[in-house]
Design a protein around this ligand. Structure first.
Ligand SMILES: C[S@@+](CC[C@H](N)C(=O)[O-])C[C@H]1O[C@@H](n2cnc3c(N)ncnc32)[C@H](O)[C@@H]1O
Ligand code: SF4
Length: 455
């Protein structure tokens, strides 16, 4: 499938990725922590017994800087930092445990980063034991971790398996030596093969690879080679991310020459080459750059319409409470978001005082909840049905946008529902934007460099 270059240029504007709605730039600084605790506590007691809760633990350290990286990380080769970090994150967990009053039922747990495998297996055991102490582990729990192929050892894999982890995601990004040189991530394919083999041998049931298209110096030939090598290894899932160029927040991205980046047309061509190879190899495009094999649970959730999306990306679990621990982590209590301090020392300082380190966040009103559902439906199912009570706002703000998207062949819609067309699936972020009332009411936000480009 070829995408019209005119459409590509027209829609290649800065648009959010919609891992939350409202999106982070619309959250408020200095949220009311007492109110957050109250909302958290209510959501916890409403959901703990029925569905259990999700936990996200952010482990921020990496040994070297990948220049493209947009994540919150701290670069150091000093492993003494592990111990202090664990002390603080354990204290944070204790503060939340006091708010909960009863043992949490842990259904979903994800270790993200940074590089969680920067931590020694011994320290990962220490961390998990402190989380599991006096908690209940749900019989259908899903524990997952992001591993760096260069430093995930067999010992890490065995330890994680024994702790109940069955899913691992490796950052592969690109196999080409020239691309790897320029992004400062030298990662021989042997390391990916070894780390994948180790995970499978011990019994992990799902291996995901993160790949990125649109990196400097990538060419159609180099991406084809990378994808062909990846297909040979048959990861169960692949996140084929669009490179997000946000040099105003990720300073490392200023270290390479912008002239080495592909144009929007070249970038889309790289994506389409990868997508075609993956589809021919039996992968299904389940939405927003994510692919899965039919044996994977994410594929099954996509098929039966139960796919869900949160800060951890696409997930099969739909718990209504996601608690984020660690520096910069985000919690999602369904009707409120709260983010921890992004600066490591400020995070330490608050927690060491016995306070939560929450600093930014947002309490959703009824309208936000309704439009959040539309955005989630479109990202996970490519369709949504309108609630008649939202029609006045939809008519005023969303429908004029949908009409423009329809003229370009991206959606079919009427006053009852909207369906994304096959071409529209390449522009999901732009379609979600038609439901982003905050952005539509503050069009001047569109002019500021806040979000990465849609393509
Ligand atoms: C925290 S990292 C993964 C774990 C580990 N640190 C690693 O690099 O192997 C999460 C993923 O975000 C993706 N990522 C980071 N920066 C990105 C950017 N600027 N644009 C698109 N994807 C990005 C990468 O694919 C990366 O694997
Ligand atoms: S991509 Fe992963 S290893 Fe590289 S800097 Fe970002 S978080 Fe660290």
């Amino acid at each position: 499938m070829k995408i019209d270059p005119i459409l590509l240029n027209k829609y290649n504007t800065g648009v959010p990725r919609y891992t939350s709605y409202p999106t982070v730039p619309f959250w408020k600084d200095g949220i009311d922590i007492e109110h957050w605790k109250e909302v958290f506590n209510n959501q916890f007691h409403k959901n703990n017994i029925d569905s259990g809760i999700s936990l996200y633990l952010h482990l921020p350290f990496c040994e070297s800087l990948c220049t493209y990286c947009g994540c919150n990380k701290k670069i150091t080769t000093n492993h003494n930092v592990e111990s202090e970090y664990l002390n603080v994150i354990q204290k944070e967990w204790i503060i939340y445990r006091q708010i909960m009053h009863e043992p949490p039922i842990i259904r979903e747990l994800h270790l993200g980063g940074g590089t969680p495998t920067f931590f020694s297996p011994k320290n990962l055991i220490r961390l998990m034991n402190s989380i599991f102490e006096n908690s209940v582990i749900h019989p259908k729990h899903e524990f997952s971790i992001e591993g760096h192929p260069n430093n995930t050892t067999k010992k890490h894999i065995e330890t994680l398996y024994n702790l109940g982890f069955r899913r691992i995601s490796y950052g592969v990004q690109d196999n080409d030596p020239e691309v790897q040189r320029i992004i400062n991530r030298i990662q021989p394919l042997e390391n990916v093969i070894r780390a994948t083999h180790d995970a499978r041998a011990v019994g992990f049931k799902s291996v995901n690879y993160d790949l990125i298209y649109g990196l400097p110096k990538q060419t159609p030939a180099s991406i084809e080679k990378t994808i062909r090598q990846i297909i040979e290894l048959r990861p169960d899932r692949i996140a084929f991310y669009s490179y997000a160029h946000v040099p105003w927040t990720s300073r490392g991205q200023r270290l390479f020459d912008e002239n080495d980046l592909p144009t929007p047309e070249q970038k889309m061509a790289l994506y389409l080459i990868g997508k075609e190879l993956l589809m021919n190899a039996g992968y299904t495009d389940i939405g927003m750059d994510h692919f899965a094999l039919p044996n994977d649970d994410l594929y099954k959730a996509w098929q039966d319409g139960t796919l869900h999306r949160n800060f951890m990306g696409y997930t099969t679990q739909n718990t209504s409470l996601l608690l984020g621990l660690g520096v910069s982590s985000i919690s999602d209590a369904g009707i409120a978001f709260a983010q921890n301090k992004k600066n490591l020392h400020e995070y330490y300082e608050e927690i060491n005082k016995g306070e939560l380190a929450v600093t930014r966040g947002y309490f959703l009103n009824d309208e936000d909840v309704a439009f959040r559902k539309y955005i989630l439906d479109i990202s996970c199912r490519n369709t949504t049905v309108f609630n008649p009570k939202d029609l006045p706002v939809l008519k005023e703000l969303t429908f004029p946008e949908l009409e423009k998207l329809k003229e370009d062949g991206l959606v079919e819609w009427d006053e009852k529902e909207i369906n994304v067309t096959p071409t529209g699936r390449h522009f999901i972020r732009n379609i979600c934007r038609a439901f982003d009332l905050h952005l539509l009411r503050n069009q001047q936000m569109d002019e500021r460099p806040l979000f990465s480009k849609a393509i």
